[in-house]
Design a protein around this ligand. Structure first.
Ligand code: SF4
Ligand code: SF4
Length: 167
């Protein structure tokens, strides 16, 4: 099964708030993120392993900060959401790694990067990239990955009840 596909195979991405990604992975925290979470919510919300910090998972595998509202899941952290969560389901690399390099190529401010999407996410729609996806969404994922921005607009679920809140 092909796990990662070049971004130019993706028409668009919108989070469906299915919560799948928040049950699938252990979220790795960098040191400042770990410090903020333990100071705010207590050390019991994190775990350590293999010289890394992680968010604690519930017995069913869900992230400790995953909440459910009706049929939607949302992230209780929001302004403290870890970088690893912000960039999911995209991966921005400096070298090509999966599939056709030309399809993964993305030039940002003169730098050649390679962007891939994780097919485990149900929010991906495949096909020719739309204008918005090409010019706004991929750019925002790239800037988040490079640490050039923190605030999410196109890279998080938006909705009437939870503007910029879900996932
Ligand atoms: S990012 Fe993808 S897997 Fe995660 S909640 Fe949104 S649609 Fe589901
Ligand atoms: S987005 Fe929020 S709920 Fe989901 S894994 Fe990350 S911190 Fe947990």
């Amino acid at each position: 099964m092909i796990r990662f596909v070049p971004w130019q195979n993706v028409a668009d991405w919108h989070c469906r708030a299915c919560g799948y990604c928040c049950k699938l992975y252990s979220v790795v925290l960098n040191f400042p993120e770990w410090l903020t979470l333990t100071k705010t919510f207590g050390s019991e919300t994190t775990v350590t392993g293999l010289n890394r910090f992680y968010i604690k998972r519930d017995s069913d595998g869900s992230c400790a900060f995953l909440c459910k509202c009706s049929t939607n899941y949302f992230c209780a952290l929001q302004n403290m959401k870890p970088d690893a969560c912000k960039v999911w389901p995209f991966k921005v690399l400096s070298e090509p790694k999966y599939g056709d390099p030309d399809k993964a190529a993305y030039t940002y401010r003169g730098y050649q990067l390679y962007v891939y999407a994780d097919t485990m996410c149900s929010g991906l729609r495949y096909g020719e990239p739309t204008w918005d996806f090409r010019t706004a969404t991929v750019k925002e994922f790239t800037e988040l990955s490079l640490g050039l921005r923190q605030v999410q607009h196109n890279t998080t679920k938006t909705g009437f009840r939870y503007p910029q809140w879900i996932r």
